[in-house]
Design a protein around this ligand. Structure first.
Ligand code: ZN
Ligand code: ZN
Length: 437
């Protein structure tokens, strides 16, 4: 990781000078004053959403809160029910200019929240047959509140806006319930980018780094993700007489290891990093019966779209080939969750001074390696250039790597960072519009 706060500060000051010369936009100090006015509301919305978390495609209450807020701001248009519970607000500035989309996701996770916060969630649900709590353990409560705050600030500046802002509140980023479609892909299918079509899209994610630290990686920054299902069909027999049947358990073991060898021996480690992890194995009922069938479920991650086809074909060939030489068969099914998150190089270069200015003394991190985590924001970036950046939300004094990760029941959001998120979203929209492209 590379920390370039010093250089960033200098570049930021230079960029500020050139922007100030070319566009009549409000001074950052005025924007900060407006954000300070809405900060308490943003924190209030975040706590309200945190205490009332909803799983993907079921964000009914959250969507209502968002839509009511956007309507109260008298946006030009508020669309609801997109991709089940998605909400889109359209804010047309008084002057013509580009269309900027800002995106937040709204869904929570099947995670039980420990006792601690006064606004902790006590919501429970049945998830895939398991009774479990529901918690905003990925921080989407913060994302939704930040974008509501950004809408409040930008709506108050309508007379000065040189363009249009599209506020996209997305359901089911963590994936829809079994058997349903959802998320960014479904929003696009249902016309999220039609009328007006954005020129560009920005989104952020909170993560365990120093509060207010922003990180942006140009180019591939998060992995593409597919779900992998392999069913191995053998032939049931006595555990003492394996030669009388076909053992799908040993075939499963060979396939699992074969997939690891596929990644390390057939894929280019530098150009096309990939990960295959089997997360679930099901098969058999007792110690001395070799079963008929074993099911494997896993995840496939990749960073290089050009190598995706080769990886997928390799998985199919490895599984079916290993099964065949053992006398078994393997059915392989692969479902794509999202392609890699790809931050457009030119756009990253254009907007870096903005993020440096917003991050201020805390700093902007640009040399972070890509993560093999995935985000369906990638679908929006396939339609228009986009930037996806991360915002640190650690407790004061806690460095990178020392706090619980996203999806942990101990994931913590430092609310002091929320105003930085609002400022980032507002300034990205304003600066992009002021540049006129
Ligand atoms: Zn998540
Ligand atoms: Zn998330």
């Amino acid at each position: 990781m590379q920390f370039i706060a010093g250089i960033g500060f200098i570049l930021g000051v230079l960029a500020l000078g050139s922007l100030a010369a070319t566009a009549q936009q409000p001074e950052p100090t005025d924007i900060r004053a407006k954000i300070a006015e809405v900060e308490d509301w943003v924190i209030g919305w975040r706590r309200d959403i945190h205490q009332n978390p909803e799983l993907g495609n079921r964000e009914f209450r959250t969507a209502r809160l968002v839509a009511d807020h956007l309507r109260a701001l008298e946006l030009d248009e508020v669309r609801t029910g997109i991709a089940h519970t998605g909400v889109i607000g359209v804010l047309k500035g008084a002057k013509p200019g580009p269309v900027v989309a800002l995106r937040a996701d709204m869904d929570a996770l099947p995670v039980t929240e420990p006792v601690g916060l006064p606004f902790r969630s006590t919501v429970r649900t049945n998830y895939n047959g398991v009774d479990v709590g529901v918690m905003h353990a990925c921080g989407h409560d913060a994302h939704t509140a930040i974008l509501m705050g950004a809408a409040e600030v930008l709506a108050s500046m309508r007379a000065e806006l040189e363009g249009t802002v599209l506020f996209i509140f997305q359901p089911a980023e963590e994936g829809p319930p079994r058997g349903e479609e959802g998320g960014a892909r479904l929003m696009l299918k249902e016309g999220a980018f039609k009328d007006p079509k954005p020129d560009v899209i920005f989104g952020l994610h909170v993560w365990p780094a120093p509060a207010g630290l922003i990180s942006l990686r140009s180019g591939p920054s998060m992995a593409g993700s597919d779900r992998l299902y392999i069913t191995i069909h053998g032939r049931q027999t006595h555990g003492a007489m394996p030669s009388r049947g076909v053992d799908p358990i040993t075939v499963a073991a060979d396939i699992i290891l074969g997939l690891q060898t596929l990644v390390t021996r057939q894929m280019d480690a530098a150009a096309s990093p990939a990960v295959i992890s089997i997360g679930k194995i099901t098969g058999g009922v007792r110690h001395n019966i070799i079963p008929d069938q074993v099911d494997l479920v896993g995840t496939i991650r990749h960073l290089d779209p050009a190598s995706h086809d080769k990886l997928i074909q390799g998985i199919k060939d490895t599984a079916t080939g290993i099964a065949k030489i053992s006398g078994a068969t393997a059915d392989v099914r692969i479902e794509t969750y999202a392609p890699p998150v790809y931050n457009d190089h030119a756009l990253a270069a254009q907007m870096t001074p903005t993020l440096e200015r917003v991050a201020g003394d805390v700093g902007l991190l640009t040399g972070t390696p890509p993560t093999m985590g995935a985000e369906d924001f990638a679908y929006f970036q396939r339609e228009v250039p986009g930037l996806y950046f991360h915002l640190g939300v650690n407790r004061d004094g806690v460095p990178i790597g020392a706090a619980a990760p996203n999806h942990s029941p101990n994931f913590f959001v430092n609310e002091d960072a929320l105003k930085v998120g609002v400022e980032a979203m507002v300034m990205m929209a304003l600066d992009y519009m002021a540049a006129g492209k």
